[in-house]
Ligand binder design. Structure first.
Ligand code: FAD
Length: 432
Protein backbone atom coordinates (compact mmCIF):
# COMPACT_ATOMS: atom_id res chain seq x y z
CA UNK A 1 0.00 0.00 0.00
CA UNK A 2 1.50 3.42 -1.02
CA UNK A 3 1.78 5.87 1.85
CA UNK A 4 1.42 9.63 1.53
CA UNK A 5 1.65 12.59 3.85
CA UNK A 6 -1.38 14.16 2.18
CA UNK A 7 -3.97 12.73 -0.22
CA UNK A 8 -6.33 15.08 -2.07
CA UNK A 9 -9.53 13.40 -3.29
CA UNK A 10 -10.78 15.02 -6.52
CA UNK A 11 -8.83 16.25 -9.55
CA UNK A 12 -11.08 19.17 -10.43
CA UNK A 13 -9.92 22.78 -10.50
CA UNK A 14 -9.97 22.95 -6.69
CA UNK A 15 -8.04 19.74 -5.92
CA UNK A 16 -5.48 20.50 -8.66
CA UNK A 17 -5.00 24.08 -7.37
CA UNK A 18 -4.53 23.00 -3.74
CA UNK A 19 -2.01 20.34 -4.86
CA UNK A 20 -0.16 23.00 -6.85
CA UNK A 21 0.19 25.36 -3.87
CA UNK A 22 1.28 22.65 -1.41
CA UNK A 23 3.83 21.14 -3.81
CA UNK A 24 5.17 24.60 -4.66
CA UNK A 25 5.89 25.31 -0.97
CA UNK A 26 7.00 22.02 0.65
CA UNK A 27 8.92 18.79 0.21
CA UNK A 28 6.43 16.08 1.15
CA UNK A 29 4.66 13.09 -0.39
CA UNK A 30 1.43 14.35 -1.90
CA UNK A 31 -1.08 12.71 -4.21
CA UNK A 32 -4.31 13.61 -6.01
CA UNK A 33 -6.83 10.78 -6.35
CA UNK A 34 -9.19 11.03 -9.32
CA UNK A 35 -11.71 8.46 -10.49
CA UNK A 36 -11.52 9.60 -14.14
CA UNK A 37 -8.62 9.14 -16.59
CA UNK A 38 -7.70 12.86 -16.38
CA UNK A 39 -8.32 16.02 -14.35
CA UNK A 40 -11.35 18.33 -14.90
CA UNK A 41 -13.73 15.83 -16.46
CA UNK A 42 -16.73 17.11 -14.49
CA UNK A 43 -17.81 20.60 -13.28
CA UNK A 44 -14.36 22.08 -13.95
CA UNK A 45 -14.80 21.57 -17.72
CA UNK A 46 -18.58 21.41 -17.92
CA UNK A 47 -19.38 25.01 -17.00
CA UNK A 48 -20.19 28.38 -18.58
CA UNK A 49 -16.50 29.31 -18.69
CA UNK A 50 -16.93 32.86 -17.38
CA UNK A 51 -14.26 34.53 -15.24
CA UNK A 52 -16.64 36.55 -13.10
CA UNK A 53 -16.22 39.93 -11.44
CA UNK A 54 -17.90 39.62 -8.04
CA UNK A 55 -20.27 42.63 -8.13
CA UNK A 56 -23.30 40.40 -7.52
CA UNK A 57 -21.87 38.76 -4.37
CA UNK A 58 -22.84 40.17 -0.97
CA UNK A 59 -19.54 41.23 0.67
CA UNK A 60 -20.90 40.15 4.06
CA UNK A 61 -22.36 36.72 3.43
CA UNK A 62 -20.14 35.80 0.43
CA UNK A 63 -16.91 37.51 1.50
CA UNK A 64 -14.51 34.64 0.80
CA UNK A 65 -15.95 33.77 -2.63
CA UNK A 66 -16.01 37.47 -3.59
CA UNK A 67 -12.44 38.09 -2.45
CA UNK A 68 -11.24 34.90 -4.14
CA UNK A 69 -12.87 35.88 -7.43
CA UNK A 70 -11.41 39.39 -7.31
CA UNK A 71 -7.84 38.26 -6.56
CA UNK A 72 -7.95 35.33 -9.00
CA UNK A 73 -8.83 37.46 -12.04
CA UNK A 74 -5.22 38.63 -12.62
CA UNK A 75 -3.87 35.18 -11.75
CA UNK A 76 -5.94 33.59 -14.54
CA UNK A 77 -4.89 36.38 -16.91
CA UNK A 78 -1.22 35.62 -16.22
CA UNK A 79 -1.69 31.87 -16.65
CA UNK A 80 -3.72 32.33 -19.86
CA UNK A 81 -0.85 34.33 -21.35
CA UNK A 82 1.82 31.91 -20.19
CA UNK A 83 0.06 28.70 -21.30
CA UNK A 84 -1.89 29.98 -24.34
CA UNK A 85 -5.32 29.44 -22.78
CA UNK A 86 -8.02 31.52 -24.55
CA UNK A 87 -8.84 34.81 -22.79
CA UNK A 88 -11.72 36.73 -24.37
CA UNK A 89 -12.73 39.94 -22.62
CA UNK A 90 -16.44 40.01 -23.45
CA UNK A 91 -17.74 42.32 -20.72
CA UNK A 92 -21.11 41.54 -19.17
CA UNK A 93 -24.47 43.30 -19.00
CA UNK A 94 -26.45 42.26 -15.91
CA UNK A 95 -30.03 43.21 -16.74
CA UNK A 96 -32.92 44.38 -14.59
CA UNK A 97 -36.26 43.78 -16.28
CA UNK A 98 -38.31 45.95 -13.90
CA UNK A 99 -38.02 48.52 -11.15
CA UNK A 100 -37.80 45.88 -8.44
CA UNK A 101 -34.82 44.20 -10.11
CA UNK A 102 -33.29 47.64 -10.66
CA UNK A 103 -33.10 48.03 -6.86
CA UNK A 104 -31.00 44.84 -6.80
CA UNK A 105 -28.66 46.40 -9.39
CA UNK A 106 -28.22 49.51 -7.21
CA UNK A 107 -27.23 47.22 -4.37
CA UNK A 108 -24.89 45.22 -6.67
CA UNK A 109 -23.01 48.40 -7.65
CA UNK A 110 -22.35 49.11 -3.94
CA UNK A 111 -21.33 45.49 -3.36
CA UNK A 112 -19.04 45.63 -6.41
CA UNK A 113 -17.12 48.64 -5.06
CA UNK A 114 -16.98 47.09 -1.59
CA UNK A 115 -15.63 43.88 -3.11
CA UNK A 116 -12.82 45.92 -4.72
CA UNK A 117 -13.89 46.18 -8.38
CA UNK A 118 -12.32 49.35 -9.83
CA UNK A 119 -15.02 52.05 -10.26
CA UNK A 120 -14.15 52.56 -13.95
CA UNK A 121 -15.05 48.91 -14.62
CA UNK A 122 -18.61 49.12 -13.29
CA UNK A 123 -21.36 51.29 -14.71
CA UNK A 124 -25.12 51.50 -14.06
CA UNK A 125 -27.02 52.20 -17.32
CA UNK A 126 -30.67 52.94 -18.03
CA UNK A 127 -32.63 51.00 -20.67
CA UNK A 128 -31.93 53.62 -23.39
CA UNK A 129 -28.16 53.51 -22.80
CA UNK A 130 -28.29 49.73 -23.02
CA UNK A 131 -30.15 49.94 -26.38
CA UNK A 132 -27.37 52.18 -27.72
CA UNK A 133 -24.79 49.55 -26.76
CA UNK A 134 -26.91 46.54 -27.70
CA UNK A 135 -29.90 47.40 -29.94
CA UNK A 136 -31.39 43.89 -29.63
CA UNK A 137 -31.61 43.98 -25.82
CA UNK A 138 -34.79 45.02 -24.05
CA UNK A 139 -34.52 45.87 -20.35
CA UNK A 140 -35.29 48.42 -17.64
CA UNK A 141 -31.64 49.03 -16.72
CA UNK A 142 -28.33 47.19 -16.50
CA UNK A 143 -24.91 47.05 -14.91
CA UNK A 144 -22.14 47.02 -17.49
CA UNK A 145 -18.98 45.42 -16.15
CA UNK A 146 -16.00 45.50 -18.50
CA UNK A 147 -13.99 43.14 -16.35
CA UNK A 148 -15.75 39.92 -17.41
CA UNK A 149 -13.94 37.30 -19.48
CA UNK A 150 -14.67 33.98 -21.18
CA UNK A 151 -12.01 31.35 -20.87
CA UNK A 152 -11.47 27.58 -20.63
CA UNK A 153 -11.28 26.19 -17.08
CA UNK A 154 -10.57 22.65 -18.34
CA UNK A 155 -7.41 23.94 -20.07
CA UNK A 156 -6.48 25.91 -16.93
CA UNK A 157 -6.86 22.81 -14.72
CA UNK A 158 -4.63 20.79 -17.06
CA UNK A 159 -1.96 23.50 -16.92
CA UNK A 160 -2.11 23.53 -13.11
CA UNK A 161 -1.90 19.72 -13.00
CA UNK A 162 1.26 19.78 -15.17
CA UNK A 163 2.88 22.33 -12.86
CA UNK A 164 1.90 20.41 -9.75
CA UNK A 165 3.23 17.15 -11.21
CA UNK A 166 6.53 18.89 -12.07
CA UNK A 167 6.77 19.93 -8.41
CA UNK A 168 6.38 16.33 -7.23
CA UNK A 169 2.62 15.64 -6.87
CA UNK A 170 1.59 12.12 -7.87
CA UNK A 171 -1.75 11.93 -9.74
CA UNK A 172 -3.58 8.60 -9.38
CA UNK A 173 -6.18 8.33 -12.16
CA UNK A 174 -9.02 5.80 -12.52
CA UNK A 175 -9.19 5.45 -8.72
CA UNK A 176 -12.72 5.74 -7.40
CA UNK A 177 -12.78 6.15 -3.60
CA UNK A 178 -15.23 3.64 -2.18
CA UNK A 179 -14.52 3.90 1.56
CA UNK A 180 -12.13 5.47 4.06
CA UNK A 181 -11.03 3.93 7.33
CA UNK A 182 -9.30 5.72 10.16
CA UNK A 183 -6.18 4.25 11.79
CA UNK A 184 -3.71 5.45 14.42
CA UNK A 185 -1.67 7.61 12.05
CA UNK A 186 -4.22 8.80 9.47
CA UNK A 187 -6.54 7.06 7.02
CA UNK A 188 -6.64 4.14 4.60
CA UNK A 189 -8.43 5.02 1.37
CA UNK A 190 -10.01 2.09 -0.50
CA UNK A 191 -10.83 2.12 -4.21
CA UNK A 192 -13.47 0.16 -6.07
CA UNK A 193 -10.77 -1.78 -8.00
CA UNK A 194 -9.71 -3.45 -4.73
CA UNK A 195 -6.51 -1.37 -4.22
CA UNK A 196 -5.87 1.20 -1.48
CA UNK A 197 -3.45 3.87 -0.26
CA UNK A 198 -2.74 5.35 3.12
CA UNK A 199 -2.40 9.05 4.02
CA UNK A 200 -1.71 11.00 7.20
CA UNK A 201 -4.15 13.71 6.10
CA UNK A 202 -6.99 13.79 3.55
CA UNK A 203 -8.29 16.86 1.70
CA UNK A 204 -11.72 16.27 0.19
CA UNK A 205 -12.30 18.21 -3.06
CA UNK A 206 -14.67 15.68 -4.65
CA UNK A 207 -17.09 18.25 -6.15
CA UNK A 208 -20.55 16.70 -6.67
CA UNK A 209 -19.48 13.77 -4.47
CA UNK A 210 -17.82 15.81 -1.72
CA UNK A 211 -20.73 15.30 0.67
CA UNK A 212 -20.56 11.52 0.12
CA UNK A 213 -16.81 11.54 0.82
CA UNK A 214 -17.30 13.65 3.99
CA UNK A 215 -19.97 11.18 5.10
CA UNK A 216 -17.47 8.30 4.56
CA UNK A 217 -15.44 10.14 7.23
CA UNK A 218 -18.47 10.38 9.52
CA UNK A 219 -18.95 14.13 8.90
CA UNK A 220 -21.95 16.21 7.71
CA UNK A 221 -24.34 13.32 8.20
CA UNK A 222 -27.24 15.74 8.81
CA UNK A 223 -26.83 17.34 5.35
CA UNK A 224 -28.08 16.07 1.97
CA UNK A 225 -27.55 17.10 -1.65
CA UNK A 226 -29.51 17.44 -4.88
CA UNK A 227 -28.21 17.46 -8.45
CA UNK A 228 -29.32 19.91 -11.15
CA UNK A 229 -28.26 19.56 -14.76
CA UNK A 230 -27.52 22.80 -16.59
CA UNK A 231 -28.14 22.52 -20.34
CA UNK A 232 -27.01 24.87 -23.11
CA UNK A 233 -27.93 25.53 -26.75
CA UNK A 234 -25.39 26.84 -29.28
CA UNK A 235 -26.48 29.70 -31.57
CA UNK A 236 -26.02 29.04 -35.30
CA UNK A 237 -23.13 31.13 -36.70
CA UNK A 238 -25.54 33.49 -38.50
CA UNK A 239 -27.14 34.60 -35.21
CA UNK A 240 -24.24 34.51 -32.78
CA UNK A 241 -23.66 38.27 -32.96
CA UNK A 242 -27.27 39.29 -32.41
CA UNK A 243 -25.86 40.57 -29.10
CA UNK A 244 -22.11 41.21 -28.71
CA UNK A 245 -21.86 41.19 -24.91
CA UNK A 246 -22.41 38.37 -22.40
CA UNK A 247 -25.84 38.87 -20.78
CA UNK A 248 -27.04 37.80 -17.31
CA UNK A 249 -30.26 38.81 -15.55
CA UNK A 250 -30.97 39.49 -11.88
CA UNK A 251 -32.00 36.28 -10.11
CA UNK A 252 -35.78 36.04 -9.68
CA UNK A 253 -35.65 33.70 -6.66
CA UNK A 254 -32.86 34.73 -4.28
CA UNK A 255 -33.12 31.72 -1.92
CA UNK A 256 -32.20 29.31 -4.73
CA UNK A 257 -28.85 28.90 -6.45
CA UNK A 258 -30.27 29.31 -9.98
CA UNK A 259 -30.47 32.10 -12.53
CA UNK A 260 -32.47 32.38 -15.73
CA UNK A 261 -30.46 31.21 -18.80
CA UNK A 262 -27.77 33.66 -19.89
CA UNK A 263 -26.52 34.73 -23.35
CA UNK A 264 -22.87 33.70 -23.28
CA UNK A 265 -20.10 34.80 -25.60
CA UNK A 266 -17.78 31.77 -25.34
CA UNK A 267 -13.99 31.77 -25.47
CA UNK A 268 -14.10 29.66 -28.68
CA UNK A 269 -16.02 32.39 -30.54
CA UNK A 270 -19.43 30.69 -30.27
CA UNK A 271 -22.51 32.04 -28.52
CA UNK A 272 -24.58 29.83 -26.23
CA UNK A 273 -27.66 30.20 -24.09
CA UNK A 274 -28.04 28.39 -20.78
CA UNK A 275 -27.83 26.88 -18.30
CA UNK A 276 -31.22 25.84 -16.98
CA UNK A 277 -31.32 23.69 -13.80
CA UNK A 278 -33.10 20.37 -14.28
CA UNK A 279 -33.22 18.02 -11.28
CA UNK A 280 -31.46 14.72 -12.08
CA UNK A 281 -30.65 11.54 -10.18
CA UNK A 282 -26.85 11.75 -9.91
CA UNK A 283 -23.95 14.24 -10.21
CA UNK A 284 -23.09 12.71 -13.60
CA UNK A 285 -26.48 12.34 -15.37
CA UNK A 286 -25.40 14.53 -18.29
CA UNK A 287 -27.99 13.21 -20.74
CA UNK A 288 -31.46 11.72 -20.94
CA UNK A 289 -34.82 12.35 -19.38
CA UNK A 290 -36.49 10.68 -16.47
CA UNK A 291 -40.08 10.78 -17.69
CA UNK A 292 -42.70 13.49 -17.40
CA UNK A 293 -42.53 16.01 -14.58
CA UNK A 294 -44.69 14.05 -12.11
CA UNK A 295 -42.80 10.78 -12.76
CA UNK A 296 -39.43 12.50 -12.49
CA UNK A 297 -40.40 14.10 -9.17
CA UNK A 298 -41.60 10.75 -7.83
CA UNK A 299 -38.30 9.09 -8.86
CA UNK A 300 -36.34 11.91 -7.22
CA UNK A 301 -38.34 11.57 -4.03
CA UNK A 302 -37.35 7.88 -4.03
CA UNK A 303 -33.62 8.51 -4.25
CA UNK A 304 -33.21 11.65 -2.18
CA UNK A 305 -32.60 11.30 1.50
CA UNK A 306 -33.10 13.32 4.63
CA UNK A 307 -33.72 17.05 4.49
CA UNK A 308 -33.88 17.33 0.73
CA UNK A 309 -37.31 15.67 0.96
CA UNK A 310 -38.61 18.75 2.81
CA UNK A 311 -37.98 20.86 -0.29
CA UNK A 312 -40.57 18.86 -2.21
CA UNK A 313 -43.25 20.20 0.13
CA UNK A 314 -42.30 23.78 -0.81
CA UNK A 315 -44.66 25.08 -3.54
CA UNK A 316 -42.26 27.85 -4.67
CA UNK A 317 -39.50 25.26 -5.20
CA UNK A 318 -41.86 22.96 -7.12
CA UNK A 319 -43.02 25.77 -9.42
CA UNK A 320 -39.40 26.83 -10.01
CA UNK A 321 -38.23 23.34 -10.96
CA UNK A 322 -41.29 22.67 -13.12
CA UNK A 323 -40.25 25.73 -15.17
CA UNK A 324 -36.66 24.41 -15.33
CA UNK A 325 -37.88 20.93 -16.28
CA UNK A 326 -40.02 22.37 -19.10
CA UNK A 327 -37.03 24.25 -20.49
CA UNK A 328 -35.24 20.91 -20.72
CA UNK A 329 -37.94 19.04 -22.64
CA UNK A 330 -38.74 21.99 -24.88
CA UNK A 331 -36.17 24.18 -26.63
CA UNK A 332 -38.97 26.68 -27.27
CA UNK A 333 -39.59 26.99 -23.52
CA UNK A 334 -35.88 27.68 -22.94
CA UNK A 335 -35.80 30.30 -25.73
CA UNK A 336 -38.93 31.98 -24.35
CA UNK A 337 -36.99 32.71 -21.17
CA UNK A 338 -34.32 34.46 -23.25
CA UNK A 339 -36.91 36.33 -25.34
CA UNK A 340 -37.78 38.29 -22.19
CA UNK A 341 -34.57 40.25 -22.77
CA UNK A 342 -33.68 39.47 -26.42
CA UNK A 343 -37.10 39.54 -28.13
CA UNK A 344 -35.65 38.76 -31.59
CA UNK A 345 -34.22 35.41 -30.57
CA UNK A 346 -36.07 32.35 -32.04
CA UNK A 347 -35.85 28.58 -31.37
CA UNK A 348 -34.72 27.90 -34.96
CA UNK A 349 -31.55 29.99 -34.36
CA UNK A 350 -30.20 27.11 -32.23
CA UNK A 351 -29.66 23.71 -33.87
CA UNK A 352 -27.02 22.16 -31.59
CA UNK A 353 -26.89 21.44 -27.86
CA UNK A 354 -23.87 22.60 -25.84
CA UNK A 355 -22.01 20.62 -23.15
CA UNK A 356 -24.16 20.18 -20.06
CA UNK A 357 -22.83 20.43 -16.50
CA UNK A 358 -24.20 19.50 -13.09
CA UNK A 359 -24.46 21.59 -9.93
CA UNK A 360 -24.90 19.71 -6.65
CA UNK A 361 -26.11 22.16 -4.00
CA UNK A 362 -26.24 21.08 -0.36
CA UNK A 363 -29.49 21.05 1.59
CA UNK A 364 -29.32 22.09 5.23
CA UNK A 365 -30.95 20.18 8.11
CA UNK A 366 -33.82 22.73 7.83
CA UNK A 367 -34.48 21.76 4.20
CA UNK A 368 -33.03 24.97 2.67
CA UNK A 369 -30.32 25.40 0.04
CA UNK A 370 -26.95 26.18 1.57
CA UNK A 371 -25.88 29.32 -0.29
CA UNK A 372 -22.19 29.39 0.63
CA UNK A 373 -19.23 27.02 0.61
CA UNK A 374 -18.96 24.69 3.64
CA UNK A 375 -15.59 23.74 5.16
CA UNK A 376 -15.56 20.84 7.61
CA UNK A 377 -12.54 19.43 9.36
CA UNK A 378 -11.40 16.91 11.92
CA UNK A 379 -7.99 15.71 13.07
CA UNK A 380 -7.31 13.77 9.84
CA UNK A 381 -9.22 15.61 7.15
CA UNK A 382 -10.34 18.92 5.62
CA UNK A 383 -13.50 18.84 3.48
CA UNK A 384 -14.67 21.47 0.99
CA UNK A 385 -18.34 21.01 0.18
CA UNK A 386 -20.84 23.08 -1.86
CA UNK A 387 -18.03 24.77 -3.80
CA UNK A 388 -20.28 26.22 -6.49
CA UNK A 389 -20.22 29.19 -8.86
CA UNK A 390 -18.14 31.33 -9.10
CA UNK A 391 -15.95 28.52 -7.78
CA UNK A 392 -13.91 28.12 -10.95
CA UNK A 393 -13.16 31.87 -11.07
CA UNK A 394 -12.01 31.97 -7.45
CA UNK A 395 -10.08 28.66 -7.35
CA UNK A 396 -6.48 30.04 -7.45
CA UNK A 397 -6.95 32.39 -4.48
CA UNK A 398 -9.46 30.27 -2.54
CA UNK A 399 -7.11 27.27 -2.69
CA UNK A 400 -4.27 29.47 -1.36
CA UNK A 401 -6.52 30.52 1.57
CA UNK A 402 -7.18 26.83 2.34
CA UNK A 403 -3.44 26.11 2.32
CA UNK A 404 -2.88 29.07 4.67
CA UNK A 405 -5.51 27.62 7.06
CA UNK A 406 -3.76 24.23 6.96
CA UNK A 407 -0.43 25.95 7.73
CA UNK A 408 -1.98 27.73 10.73
CA UNK A 409 -3.36 24.45 12.05
CA UNK A 410 0.11 22.85 11.87
CA UNK A 411 -0.98 20.30 9.21
CA UNK A 412 1.81 21.41 6.85
CA UNK A 413 4.71 20.95 9.21
CA UNK A 414 7.09 19.78 6.45
CA UNK A 415 10.42 20.95 5.10
CA UNK A 416 9.86 24.22 3.26
CA UNK A 417 11.13 24.33 -0.32
CA UNK A 418 9.49 27.26 -2.16
CA UNK A 419 9.58 26.90 -5.96
CA UNK A 420 9.14 29.62 -8.56
CA UNK A 421 5.91 29.13 -10.44
CA UNK A 422 3.36 31.17 -12.41
CA UNK A 423 1.68 32.33 -9.16
CA UNK A 424 3.12 33.60 -5.90
CA UNK A 425 1.65 32.36 -2.61
CA UNK A 426 2.71 35.31 -0.42
CA UNK A 427 1.34 37.80 -2.96
CA UNK A 428 -2.09 36.14 -2.81
CA UNK A 429 -2.18 35.86 0.97
CA UNK A 430 -1.09 39.49 1.40
CA UNK A 431 -4.09 40.65 -0.64
CA UNK A 432 -6.58 38.79 1.59
C1 FAD B 1 -23.41 24.38 -15.28
C2 FAD B 1 -22.32 25.05 -14.49
C3 FAD B 1 -21.89 26.33 -14.87
C4 FAD B 1 -20.90 26.98 -14.14
N1 FAD B 1 -20.39 28.16 -14.59
C5 FAD B 1 -19.36 28.75 -13.94
C6 FAD B 1 -18.74 29.92 -14.47
O1 FAD B 1 -19.09 30.41 -15.55
N2 FAD B 1 -17.76 30.51 -13.73
C7 FAD B 1 -17.34 29.99 -12.55
O2 FAD B 1 -16.47 30.58 -11.91
N3 FAD B 1 -17.87 28.85 -12.05
C8 FAD B 1 -18.85 28.21 -12.73
N4 FAD B 1 -19.37 27.03 -12.26
C9 FAD B 1 -18.86 26.47 -11.00
C10 FAD B 1 -17.53 25.75 -11.18
O3 FAD B 1 -17.53 25.00 -12.36
C11 FAD B 1 -17.30 24.85 -9.95
O4 FAD B 1 -17.40 25.65 -8.77
C12 FAD B 1 -15.91 24.22 -9.97
O5 FAD B 1 -15.61 23.62 -11.22
C13 FAD B 1 -15.84 23.16 -8.87
O6 FAD B 1 -14.58 22.54 -8.96
P1 FAD B 1 -14.26 21.26 -8.09
O7 FAD B 1 -12.84 20.93 -8.32
O8 FAD B 1 -14.72 21.50 -6.69
O9 FAD B 1 -15.27 20.12 -8.65
P2 FAD B 1 -15.13 19.12 -9.91
O10 FAD B 1 -14.60 19.78 -11.11
O11 FAD B 1 -16.44 18.42 -10.04
O12 FAD B 1 -14.04 18.08 -9.43
C14 FAD B 1 -14.30 17.08 -8.48
C15 FAD B 1 -13.52 15.85 -8.94
O13 FAD B 1 -13.64 14.84 -7.93
C16 FAD B 1 -13.70 13.60 -8.57
N5 FAD B 1 -14.33 12.65 -7.66
C17 FAD B 1 -15.59 12.71 -7.16
N6 FAD B 1 -15.84 11.66 -6.38
C18 FAD B 1 -14.71 10.90 -6.37
C19 FAD B 1 -14.36 9.67 -5.76
N7 FAD B 1 -15.24 9.00 -4.99
N8 FAD B 1 -13.12 9.16 -5.97
C20 FAD B 1 -12.23 9.84 -6.76
N9 FAD B 1 -12.51 11.00 -7.38
C21 FAD B 1 -13.73 11.53 -7.19
C22 FAD B 1 -14.55 13.86 -9.81
O14 FAD B 1 -14.36 12.87 -10.81
C23 FAD B 1 -14.09 15.25 -10.21
O15 FAD B 1 -13.07 15.22 -11.19
C24 FAD B 1 -20.35 26.35 -12.99
C25 FAD B 1 -20.77 25.06 -12.62
C26 FAD B 1 -21.72 24.41 -13.38
C27 FAD B 1 -22.09 23.00 -13.02
Amino acid sequence: MSQYDIAIIGGGILGASISNWISSLYDLSLCVIEKEPNVAMHASSRNTGVVHSPFYLDPKSKKILAKSALISYDMWKTLAKERQVPWRQTGVLELALDDNQHKSLEEYVKWGYENGIPSEDLELLDGKDVSKLEPNIQCYSAIFCKREVSSDYGAFTNAIKQESEKQGTKFHFNKNVKSIERHGNGSSIFFDDGTSISAKFVINCAGGNSLDVAQMLGLATEFSDLHFRGEYWVADAKYKDLVKTTIYTVAEFKGYPFLDPHWIKKANGQTEIGPNAVPVLSPETYEGFIGDFETSILKLKDVITGNAKKLFLDSEFLSLISKEWLSSVSKTAMIRRVQKFIPKVQPEFFSKKGTSGIRSPIITPKGKFLLDVMELEDEYSFNIINYNSPGATGAPAYSAFIVKKLQEKGILDYKENPKTSFWNFDYVINQA
